[in-house]
Ligand binder design. Structure first.
Ligand SMILES: *Cc1c(COP(=O)(O)O)cnc(C)c1O
Length: 421
């Protein structure tokens, strides 16, 4: 099936007389005839949904669809994008381990890595993603266990050189984990370039309508955990009466452990109703992504003509610093998100934001409606000036998320607001 067809049909096929639309299994638990069978479920010698923290039929259908869209072997939906990042890394890292992350990542992820992981004894090194491979290699330590990046960085809108990061990881026998939130599997499928684990904040384009917070972790099934010494995946799990994930689940060991151990213990699960809403978003994702890209390119071209804006970051603009990477990794479009830097720093940025009438001033992005956000006074206000600079964030930076309104209305709104500066 082509991707548009997968968005509609993967994950759920009704049998004779069953509902055509994916049903919501609004039940915490499932009933069985025998105690012995439930015992078999815990031994993984039988398989069925038995408790909705671990798995649920509605959630599973959407997990299978997302795995199919990304070209992975399996997926786990989580309660948020933050939960997905946490789950993806906790599944393979422990106190004493180190990992490398691109410095241009979502502010929430930055905090999670720099502050909360650090408290737990997991150390991160943030790297400038534009450094050559030889320089990046110098940051690898004996205890480095993963490399992390974002396909299109939030909020600076840089396109990651995925193959360079994959090479950095694989040269050192460690996995590359990528946050593919802004690109979605419609615009980029990082597994095709060698990424091992893909994560999403499904809150953004995948849901698309600003109605349900969620996340996902997708396993390519391609990383050889045993050959590369990730002991927790091939030594007996005492908390699961000696289960050996690589023996029992083969290529799906990582995602099986993410569910059986991590989801069991941390409980950051998506609900059946949440998965149902996410599925509605995914069904129209290909149509929406194409339109976001079309509208955003026109809006970016308009911003280019305005003297109040000192820089426009949109990878699909010819001459953009990310144009070559865009052509390689995002040939179908660069999403609806644009980074602009208003001349005159914070003061003018705030003036512009407050003058908007159609675009909403929200802590959100990648929505069906056009919205804007000022990182320096909102999502990234906890970062020091130095950290802001390292993350490439100017005080005048505004993240514009172009929606599906008629593009003439969107441009008219930005025009009247710029005129007020
Ligand atoms: C929003 C976002 C997250 C966090 O997702 P939540 O669903 O808000 O927890 C992670 N990564 C990126 C790129 C995001 O835009």
């Amino acid at each position: 099936m082509k991707i548009e067809t997968k968005c509609l049909h993967s994950g759920y096929t009704p049998k004779n007389g069953e509902p055509r639309a994916l049903p919501i299994y609004q039940s915490t638990t499932f009933a069985f005839d025998s105690t012995e069978f439930i015992g078999d479920l815990f031994d993984f010698s039988a398989s069925a949904h038995f408790y909705s923290r671990l798995s649920n039929p509605t959630v599973a259908a959407v997990e299978d669809k997302l795995a199919d869209l990304e070209g992975g072997i399996g997926a786990v939906l989580t309660s948020s994008g933050q939960a997905a990042t946490t789950l993806a890394l906790f599944n393979i890292l422990k106190a004493g381990d180190h990992f490398i992350s691109s410095a241009t990542i979502y502010g929430g992820t930055f905090n999670l890595f720099a502050v909360t992981f650090k408290k737990l004894g997991i150390e991160v090194t943030f790297v400038d993603p534009e450094l050559p491979l030889e320089e990046l290699q110098k940051e690898i330590r004996p205890n480095t266990r993963a490399v992390f990046g974002e396909t299109i960085s939030n909020p600076t809108i840089n396109v990651l050189d995925i193959e360079k990061f994959v090479k950095l990881a694989h040269d050192n026998n460690i996995p590359f984990i990528i946050d593919n939130t802004f690109a979605t599997p419609i615009l980029c499928r990082p597994i095709e370039y060698g990424a091992d684990i893909v994560i999403h904040s499904t809150t953004k384009y995948l849901d698309g309508h600003a109605i349900q917070v969620g996340g996902a972790v997708i396993d390519s099934g391609n990383f050889d955990w045993k050959a590369n010494g990730f002991t927790e995946l091939y030594e007996p799990d005492e908390s699961y009466h000696g289960l050996i994930y690589t023996d029992h689940f083969g290529k799906a060991a990582y995602i099986a452990k993410a569910r059986a151990q991590m989801m069991r213990d941390y409980g950051m699960c998506q609900s059946a109703n949440g998965a149902f809403l996410l599925n509605l978003g995914i069904e129209t994702l290909p149509l929406r992504m194409a339109k976001y890209c079309e509208n955003a390119l026109k809006v970016a071209e308009f911003f280019k003509t305005r003297k109040e804006i000192k820089a426009v970051g949109y990878p699909a603009l010819e001459g953009d610093a990310n144009y070559e990477l865009y052509k390689k990794y995002l040939p179908d479009g660069a999403s609806g998100v644009i980074a602009i830097i208003i001349d005159g720093g914070k003061e003018n940025a705030v003036k512009f934001m407050d003058a908007l009438k159609l675009a909403s001033n929200v802590v959100h992005v990648a929505d069906i409606r056009t919205c804007v956000l000022h990182p320096a006074s909102e999502t990234h206000r906890q970062l020091s000036d130095e950290q802001l600079k390292a993350a490439g964030i100017d005080a005048g930076l505004i993240r514009v998320s172009v929606g599906l309104e008629n593009v003439e209305d969107i441009i008219a709104d930005f025009k009247q607001a710029l005129d007020k500066i």
